[in-house]
Design a protein around this ligand. Structure first.
Ligand code: PLP
Length: 493
């Protein structure tokens, strides 16, 4: 399998037919500024899909991912996936005896064809070490990095900025990994006590927490400045694990297959469809759903849910993509969806415009210049229904009402992001197919809003009791690119 850039220039002198999976694993953007996608989507037939019902999560992951990864020997890939998707790593879920399923499906309302009820379910994706769905892909990334770096006898130093979720997920995935050091910047005293404890209580020698006396944007700016210093970047082998990383998107494709099989596990006819509702920010999660659908998985609908930062809802309703300025981006109670532009969106639009890189270059030259684009009235927008997307928006008041409703009706506590998914997913339910809501975090991560909604604190998985009291390891710094560079240089000797 070769990979192409959405902007058309992925082949090079050394790689005339385009890079392979391992060659794009450690990088970010393609050299032309585009995003990588497979040259074509591998197809899965209905009969293959039926045979996959009996597989464990790791085995299913092998069937799906081996079609995208053909430069790692099959036995090595199998072993790597078996080590990644274990009940021990994904054991924080509420239904402990089902931990081996990795992503258990939980019916809120069972399907009832006699009453014209398609059913409503939650797919638990937050049972990993940091209680958010990002662990599903990041844990695999950690093992893939270690494997590929060892083969290439290389090392990488990951530099990132986080306001909470991504940083901790990356640190838990990379801790103790050979050949990898992590330098993670976070805004000093601006994260919750729980978030701080999650990251700063890691004492692994290859994990370096840096708290900058500033905001998340200040931290992000430092990361960009360091990455723009080509000499420094090359000398210290600086890399990233951001949401555009292809391996992260690919890893997320697997749970759509798992969710489909779980939601159709009772006897029924063969051409059943399933709808998925996805709390969305950078469009990584739902992009994986789009790819699963392009591979032939019978997904009837992909329901995109945003919070008040509704740039993507606006596009799917109107065809206008209008990235917001930082000042226009509001801080909400589903903070992991607070985005001004959606970094993975370019991947979907590439397919929407018939994979024409010329069109993408034109559209994204406007995006990169801080403007947007308008596809209304173009033949591209007319094709949108073929892709199964619909969308909706959820506000703080919706979130609180949905959390209360789910607790009263189903006795279930859901987090604020999953609540956005449930709110919008419920609006798009039909009698024809089950609606599966993707759970993106556990409520324990967002205590404050849970208390606001329900008047009580959410339960915390036993492994994380008292985490705030553990000794912490963090270096506090001013907002200074030079100071961060000096720190990195000193650590790497
Ligand atoms: C990252 C994140 C999202 C958004 O996912 P995208 O892949 O960026 O669309 C939603 N909910 C939670 C809890 C997250 O951490």
């Amino acid at each position: 399998m070769r990979y192409v850039s959405t902007r058309g220039q992925s082949a090079s002198n050394t790689n005339p037919s385009g890079p392979t999976f391992s060659e794009i694993l450690l990088g970010g953007l393609a050299p032309d500024g585009g995003l990588y996608l497979p040259e074509s989507y591998p197809q899965v037939s209905r009969s293959e899909l039926e045979q996959w019902r009996a597989l464990s999560y790791a085995e299913l992951a092998y069937e799906v991912l081996s079609r995208f990864i053909d430069d790692i020997p099959p036995d090595d890939l199998k072993e790597l996936l078996r080590r990644t998707y274990t009940a021990e790593v994904y054991c924080n879920g509420r239904v402990r005896e089902r931990a081996g399923e990795i992503t258990p499906l939980h019916w809120l309302e069972a399907p009832d064809p006699a009453r014209g009820e398609g059913g409503l379910a939650i797919l638990e994706l937050s049972n990993g070490p940091t209680l958010a769905f990002k662990d599903m892909a990041m844990q695999l990334l950690g093992n893939l990095f270690e494997y590929v770096l060892a083969k290439q006898r290389e090392e990488i130093n990951i530099l990132g900025a986080t306001s909470g979720d991504t940083g901790s997920s990356a640190e838990y995935a990379m801790r103790g990994k050979q050949g990898v050091q992590v330098f993670m910047l976070s805004p000093h005293e601006r994260m919750s006590a729980f978030q701080r404890a999650q990251m700063y209580s890691l004492h692994d020698a290859n994990i370096h927490n840096i708290a900058v006396r500033g905001t998340f944007d200040d931290a992000q700016d430092i990361v960009k400045a360091v990455a723009n210093d080509r000499a420094f970047k090359a000398r210290y082998r600086i890399g990233a694990v951001n949401s555009i990383n292809w391996a992260r998107v690919a890893a997320q494709v697997v749970y759509y297959f798992k969710g489909y099989l779980a939601a159709t596990s009772d006897a029924g006819d063969d051409d059943r469809q399933v709808a998925f509702a996805v709390p969305s920010g950078n469009f990584g999660n739902i992009c994986a759903g789009h790819i699963a659908r392009m591979m032939g998985l019978p997904i009837g609908r992909l329901v995109l849910a945003t919070n008040e930062n509704d740039v993507l809802d606006e596009f799917f309703r109107t065809g206008v993509y209008r990235p917001r300025a930082t000042a226009e981006t509001v801080a909400t109670s589903s903070p992991s969806m607070d985005i001004s532009k959606a970094s993975n969106f370019e991947r979907f639009v590439f397919d929407l415009v018939g994979r024409d890189p010329t069109v993408i270059r034109a559209l994204w030259s406007a995006v990169d210049a801080g403007c947007g684009f308008d596809l209304s009235g173009t033949p591209f927008l007319a094709r949108l229904p073929e892709f199964g997307f619909v969308s909706g928006r959820s506000t703080h008041a919706d979130r609180l009402a949905t959390i209360r409703g789910a607790f009263e009706r189903y006795g279930l506590m859901i987090d604020t992001h999953t609540a956005d998914g449930l709110k919008v997913g419920s609006e798009w339910r039909t009698a024809e197919m089950p609606m599966v809501i993707l759970e993106t975090a556990l409520p324990a991560k967002f205590e404050e809003t849970m208390v606001e909604a329900l008047g009580r604190k959410p339960e915390r998985p036993a492994a994380l009791h008292g985490i705030e009291k553990l000794p912490q390891r963090v270096t506090v710094m001013d907002v200074s690119v030079e100071e961060v560079k000096r720190f990195i240089a000193r650590q790497l000797g």
